[in-house]
Design a protein around this ligand. Structure first.
Ligand SMILES: Nc1ncnc2c1ncn2[C@@H]1O[C@H](COP(=O)(O)OP(=O)(O)OP(=O)(O)O)[C@@H](O)[C@H]1O
Ligand SMILES: [Mg+2]
Length: 631
């Protein structure tokens, strides 16, 4: 049975892990790193490190932080915010879902994410030496239904059966608590590139019970970077009177520099920001960007963001009915928690030093791998009880929202109810997000209030909502699956899946062709070199035969249409022919050497010392053998 991989599909970085010999292991990427930048250049099909490397020169075609658009409408306030900041175009796709436009082509966030997942899948296959088609993928605990469905669809497009979607902090707790025997209440504080998550759990002896979860799907490292970018550009404008925010390339360089400065300031007190030739002055002279950012200034710039994480923390603790002092351990997850100011905030609030034992970049993927192991039966005696992140409710008379399943209710849960399905925390129906509306027909007319429709909310273990309805009067049942308007239809998923698979083939062929061509070029180079050096030792006929093969291969390698098998065949033929060249050259050289030996034998002793010692060695070997004979 093929293995199920665990994937942390992050806003900034993605990680894949797998259970190996009973313990979780992070799989290194083909570039040899444990994390893969969640960056895609879709037109050229570049993903990860290679996409990141060309981002500064190609900002409008390079997509980063796609997770922020997953399952969101174009009119979403957060999407509007991202649109202003992102160098790539964000447009309205089908059903007014947010999409990105690169060149003439529009890509859904699911497709872009699928490219990242596909790379992780390929890297895992290379590492494991077998096909991989199943995965557990993590999402922020605070992701809503549409965002979860979008993530699942991204997996499907990448050719992965998504066995389970699990919450990132829950995954982190699995990795943290797998070997904890005694019960403890922990908090997982996860501040990543795009999202903030907080979960309170009871962990111990194989049971992982989420007590409450909270967060903000639009609070992460990206926002810290933007604060620095704003500061840099406004300072620059003050000094030079030039607004850099409309220059996409300059802005991309500044974004890069801002993130680097932020990271540097986690370990030092100040950081130099240096970007020469960032733009031109009014009279055409080059302008450089040189600034100094101190840790104190950074902390001042991002203070509101840091404080903002406390809101969800307090709410989650309240929902879990615990006080900060009841928390035995605070587990820090996400790259942003390396920031000293964040660590201080956590320490001050909980009154204890955060736990240092887990790798904040890898722990989520490790937890996903453990969950995959649980599903496959490789990891035993683990019970995971998660909760609904947001209240599920419905509109009742007068536009009022009536909560049905309160947030932080243990999944699965199936109460019985009636129609317009809402997700969110607002009291009035209109303040919440519509997940779906039911039109259940065929109900016999009856006095007002008489028909009873039993609606079943079925949250599967992925946290994805399925709703079915039954008319209690007639017993007629209709199963209606809630499809969020921003999500893709099954056909669309199938189509994208096929496209992705087709590209996978195409890419594989391309790669094989490039490899074959490289080998052909190398063979031509090698044989031509030998011919130049030793060609005169060959018979004219033999030499011509080899030259003929060289020419054939050279011509073939020069053609774009040449296939990998053809190139391989011609290369092999040339190599076979040149073996003969090698033999002849070798034989001729030996003959000549023998001849030379005969004429030069008297001079041998005065030859270079290295040759002399080589000869001595040989003699030594002979003597040893000789000694045995003598005995
Ligand atoms: N030493 C550091 N100091 C401060 N920030 C850091 C450091 N290292 C990484 N970061 C920041 O952490 C963020 C990335 O964190 P991480 O890889 O955990 O995010 P992610 O998992 O991709 O995102 P999310 O979980 O929100 O989807 C980036 O904003 C990065 O700049
Ligand atoms: Mg993360």
């Amino acid at each position: 049975m093929s293995k199920t991989i665990g994937i942390d599909l992050g806003t900034t970085n993605s990680v894949v892990a797998v259970m190996e010999g009973g313990s979780p292991k992070v799989i290194p990427s083909s570039e040899g790193k444990n994390t893969v930048p969640s960056i895609v250049e879709p037109a050229k099909n570049l993903v990860g490190e290679v996409a990141k490397r060309q981002m500064i020169l190609n900002p409008t075609n390079t997509v980063y932080s796609i997770k922020r658009l997953m399952g969101r409408k174009i009119s979403d306030r957060q999407v509007e915010k991202t649109k202003k900041l992102a160098p790539y175009a964000i447009v309205a796709g089908k059903n007014n879902a947010a999409a990105v436009k690169i060149g003439a082509k529009t890509y859904t966030p699911e497709e872009i994410s699928a490219k990242i997942l596909q790379k992780l899948k390929t890297d895992a296959e290379a590492y494991l030496g077998e096909k991989v088609d199943k995965a557990v993928i993590t999402v922020p605990a605070y992701f809503d239904d549409a965002q979860r469905q979008a993530t699942k669809q991204a997996g499907e497009i990448a050719g992965l059966t998504v066995e389970r979607i699990i919450n990132e902090p829950t995954a982190a707790s699995l990795a943290y608590g797998l070997d904890k025997k005694t019960n403890q209440t922990i908090a997982v504080y996860d501040l990543g590139g795009g999202t903030f998550d907080i979960s309170v759990l009871e962990v111990g002896d194989g049971v992982f019970e989420v007590k409450a979860t909270g967060g903000d799907t639009f609070l992460g490292g990206d926002d810290f970077d933007h604060k620095i970018i704003e500061w840099i550009t406004s300072e620059f404008k003050k000094d030079n009177g030039i607004d850099l925010t409309s220059d996409k390339q300059a802005l991309q360089r500044i974004r890069d520099a801002a993130e680097r400065a932020k990271i540097e300031l986690s370990s030092s007190q100040d950081s130099e920001i240096n970007q020469p030739f960032i733009t031109q002055g009014k009279d055409g002279q080059p302008l450089h960007l040189t600034m100094k950012l101190t840790r104190a200034k950074l902390e001042e710039l991002v203070d509101d963001l840091v404080q903002r994480t406390l809101g969800p923390v307090k709410a989650a603790l309240k929902d879990a009915k615990v006080e900060p002092k009841d928390i035995h351990e605070v587990v820090l997850v996400g790259g942003m928690t390396r920031m000293p100011r964040i660590q201080k905030l956590v320490k001050d609030y909980f009154g204890r030093d955060p736990h240092k034992g887990v790798n904040p970049d890898e722990v989520v993927a490790v937890g996903a791998a453990i969950q995959a192991g649980v599903l496959a039966g490789d990891v035993k005696d683990v019970l995971l009880l998660d909760v609904t992140p947001l209240t599920l409710g419905l509109e009742t008379l007068g536009g009022v929202r009536t909560p049905l399943i309160d947030r932080n209710t243990t999944i699965p849960n199936q109460p019985q109810v009636e129609i317009h399905i809402l997700q969110g925390e607002r009291e009035m129906a209109e303040g919440n997000k519509t997940l779906g509306r039911f039109v259940l027909d065929g109900i016999p007319s009856a006095p007002r209030g008489t028909p009873q429709i039993e609606v079943t909310f079925d949250i599967d273990s992925n946290g994805i909502l399925n709703v079915s309805a039954k008319d209690k009067g007639t017993g007629k049942e209709q199963k209606i699956t809630i499809k969020n308007a921003t999500n893709l239809s099954d056909e669309e998923v199938e189509k994208m899946k096929a496209e992705a698979a087709a590209h996978a083939d195409e890419d594989k062929q391309k790669k094989e062709r490039i490899e074959a061509k490289n080998q052909a070029d190398a063979a031509v180079f090698e044989v031509e070199k030998q011919l130049k050096e030793h060609g005169d030792k060959l018979d004219k006929k033999d030499k011509e035969a080899i030259e003929e093969k060289v020419k054939t291969l050279k011509d073939l390698a020069g053609k774009d249409a040449a296939s990998a098998p053809d190139l391989k065949k011609a290369t092999e033929e040339l190599l076979t022919a040149s073996q003969k060249l090698g033999e002849i050259v070798y034989k001729k050289t030996e003959e000549e050497a023998a001849k030379a030996e005969g004429t030069k034998s008297d001079n041998k002793k005065s030859d270079s010392s290295s040759e002399a010692s080589a000869k001595d060695d040989k003699k030594g070997a002979d003597v040893e053998e000789g000694e045995v004979v003598e005995e």
